[in-house]
Each structure stands twice: as C-alpha cells, then as structure tokens.
Design a protein around this ligand. Sequence first.
Ligand code: ARG
Length: 597
Amino acid sequence: MSTPVESPVNADPVAMLEAVFRRAIVAVLGESFADADPMIRPSQNPQFGDFQANMAMALAKLSGRKPRELAEQLVAAADVSAVAEPLEIAGPGFINLRLKSDAIASMLDAMDNASLGVVEDEDTHAIAIDLCGVNVAKQMHVGHLRSTIIGDALARVFERRGRTVYRENHLGDWGLPIAMVLHQLRESRTDLDALTLDDLNAAYRAAQQRAKGEDAEAKASLEAAKTTLIELQRGEPDVHRDWQKLIDVTMAAVYESFDLLNVKLGSEHNRGESFYRDMLPDVVDVFSRSGVAEEDDGALVVRFEDRERPLLIRKSDGGYLYATTDLAAIRHRVQVLGADRVIYVVDARQRDHFRDVFDAARKIGWDRTPDNTAAELVHIPFGAVLGTDKRPLKTRSGENVTLKSLLDEAIERGCREVSSRAADPAAPTHGMTEAELAAIGKAVGIGAVKYADLSSDLVRDYVFHMDRMIAFEGNTGPYMQYAHARVCSIFARANLQPAALREHPLVLNEQPERQLALLLLRYGAVVADVGQSLEPHRLCSYLYDLADAYSSFYQQCPVLKAEDEAIRCSRLRLCDMVRRVLADGLDLLGIAAPERM
Ligand code: ARG
C-alpha cells in the first residue's frame, strides 16, 4: 500500500523561493519574463547561506542590463523578510539566501505527516510500465532482474505521488519459439503434469538446436512446429491446454523470484504477447488502410524518412511479428488504459526496435489518450550486468547466470553478515532467534543487490561485485539499511513512542541541525524528480546524503543527553523524521528497512 498523500504541504523551500522570485522578476522586468527560471539552487557551502538564486546573470543578458544592478533590483523587489535573513549579493550577481530557523522549523512541521513532503502529481492520467517480460520456457536471467526491479521502483515512485500505475508484464508467451518447444515435448510424449523448469529449458535448447540443422529432419520438425502454432492459434483445446502448462511451469519459478525480490508483481500483472493475438489483424489493417504502411514484396512495412530499414509489421507469409504485438500493446495502453506515459524498462539491445515502434505508433495517432493528450512513449535502455572480468555474467562452466542462483547467493551472504554481527554481545541483534536473523539476512542480501542496481546510472553496464554490494560501508544497500536501524535504536533506548513528539516545537540553532532539516525538506522534490527523470539513482544519492548529514548531526549534537528537555525532544523529532524518510525512500526502491541490524 502506498502512503496516502495529505494536503499539499508548504514544505518545499525551493518552490517557495521560486514563487517569490518569479514575482520579483515580473515586477522588475515585466510580464514577458513571467516564465523565467529563477534558478534557485542549494548552496554548495553553508558560508554563502542555504540557497542561491542565480538568474541575474542570464536575465541581464536577455534584458540588456548589468547583472549586478539587476540582482540589486531583484533583491529589492523580492519580499522574503518573513522567511529569510537579509539577502546578500556576491560576485557578478549571485543572490545568497539564508532561511530563518523558525521558517525552516515551520516547513518541517508542514511535512511531518504521512506525506513527508511528497505532493500529489497534478497529472491524473495513468502510467503504464513495461517490466520483467520473461519468456516462457526460458529461465529468467539477470537482464530480467534489472527490468523487474527498476520497473517496480519507478512504479512505486509514481504510486507514492498518487498516480495509477499499470505494471505490464509483457511475457514472451506466443509465437514460433514456444510452438517449437511445445511440439518437441508433445512429440516426445513428455508428461507435462510432471514437467520441471529444467526439463522445459532442456526442451527449449533441444528445439532450437534441432531447427538449426539443414537436413530434411530439421525442415520437417520446423514444419511440424508451424502446424502446432496454427493449432494453438486456432485454439485447439488440447494444444492450448498443453501451452498453458508450459506457462504455469515457467511462471511458478518467476513468482518465487518476485517473492524473494520484494517486488509488487504477480499474476494480475501478466499481459503477455498472447493477450494481443486477436488484435493483430486489425493492427495491420488500420496501418494498411490509412496508408501509413505499404506493401513491400508481399510484406507490409512502415517506412521512416530518416532510416534505411523499414519496420516490418506483417511478413509475406501473413505472419505477424514482435513489433506488430508491440503496436497493439501501445494502442491498448494509451487508448484503453488511458496512460499518458508508457515506460519500457527493456535492455539497450532493443533500442532500435522501440524507436521504430514508437514512431510508427505516433504516425498512426495511437499515442493519443481518449482525452487527446499526447502520451510520452519512453524506453529505458538499461545496460548489461557484467562479471568481475567485465564480460557478461557467466557461471564457471560458461552458462548464463540465472536469476535464482544469484538471489540465493545474495541471501546466503546477507545471512552470514547478519549472524556474524549478531555474535557480538553489544549488537542490537544479539540474542535474536534464528528465524529473526534469517529474515534480516534476507532483507540485507536482497537489499544489497537491488540497491547496487538502482544506484548506478541505468543505461551503463555495471559489474556485479557481491563483496562490494554487501559491504556495510559506502553507498550500499546494507549501509542505508544500517543507517535506518541506527536511528531506530535511539527510540528503543529512549523508550519512547515517536508519535508523542509531534507536540514539541523544533529548535534549529546548531548548523548540523539546520543542515539536516534542509535536507529533509528536499525529500518531496527528490521523489518528484525521480518520477520526471526516471533515474532512481538520484533517490539513492539523496538517501546517502541524508544518512551522512545524520551522522554529522549525531556526532555534534547530543540527542538523548541534550542540554535540556526542549532540545532533547526537538532532536528526537529530527531523528524520527530521518527514520521515516529513510524507510519511505528505501520502500520506494523496494528495499526492506529492518529496525534492528
Ligand atoms: N520478452 C522480451 C525479451 O525477453 C522482452 C519484452 C519487452 N517488452 C515489450 N513490450 N517488447 O526480450
């Protein structure tokens, strides 16, 4: 469940300052500058205040004024006296802003509820996220891991902002490759009720191998597979029933992985290629009738002015393609589900495919929602997962690493870390039961893998380095989880319910308190930014900075032993907000936040 978003809060200092300076810009330069960006940025150095407004230089150029003079006029026109100390101008025209402590405190008050400063998105259209996309009869591999966890994290971010999200698992469950396996298994009279995933994978490989041959036997079996496909397409009951069994065997393993991965995905999100099968003739028909597609040697293609290769949407033998299905899927997502953003989390090798399919959809107008909003079609072309030898991850015997084996290893490593820490009598986990430790170990292992993935730039390849991922130091999942558990431990020691703190005023006199508070106030904007940029690593960096600011605060400002009760309560309140923001942020990444570690 996502946390409900409460009333739009006035907890974003950047938004507040932007509004003030927009008014000042109009007052000084006139209405034609109403859309100018005031360029409010957090200061790199607290010496120059909390924020800088950097617009004077650019606007001076546009309006033919002197930057420093313009800065002075803007400062005179900007009424910030209620929230900020007197403004200062530095260098060529940077405006330095230092917020009043009580203004920061009242903004923090405003975010101290379930919203945590995250504001509901104004756009009320749905969003569709194409994720996972496993293929029936094939093992889920590490590429599917990336698609699944990146897609789920983005879905959580949108849901947190109140959007309706469709997680679309576009399973590869239709077409000739599956018919080949099906034919192979039926021919060898394999008992499909006792079928294991390993049998299925073996049959897949055998079928592929067989089709590669040049001899008459290979040709005959390919013909037979095609016949099976036609029977499947026609809905012959026994072929259809057997096909369903292959899906069930594949998906049972996939659901187990979903469960380990702590993603919000299940059978209700399956909308595979087979879902669109009956729509394909119409897809082709619409393209053909509208003239967007043309005949080419019996085939039907969509041509693009800037590309040599056209997009094939119907083969000369009348067969449909992967692209035809994707066109049907876009139409469904935009026009039936009403999504004004369709986000494909699919590896970089399919870049050209999506470029062509998106452009074809735009040509035919299928990027228009029922209320005629142009939907954004985006592909997130994520990079490969490499081994420590910088080559695509392989097992010792040279096979592709399966998702399952990788997760099992991560969990095992997490459990080992957690139990060895628990052996220390001073550890908060000391004396916990085996089962409790195993649950934490699992959270740590899986959290390590997910965080390592999400904290890297998505489009880059990254090296799967378990020792580094599982470390409790540096920008890692376990470090973030540990930071959260450490904050929790204060409340255990204070023996106090955080909710009781709400009544106490926040006092922000010390620099580390102010820094921490200012960082907390950025949370809502960071979540919004991840939704816009589709870059979860920005949330990771933010959480890392927050954990860092918390450490400085904790070292410099005694909490439980604060000089008086008012300061103690105020600092505990800060701790509580840090705890909640860390937990919320980790949850958006799909990472569990145990209270003890
Ligand atoms: N089944 C595909 C594969 O494993 C991924 C599906 C991606 N989604 C899509 N709408 N084409 O390569």
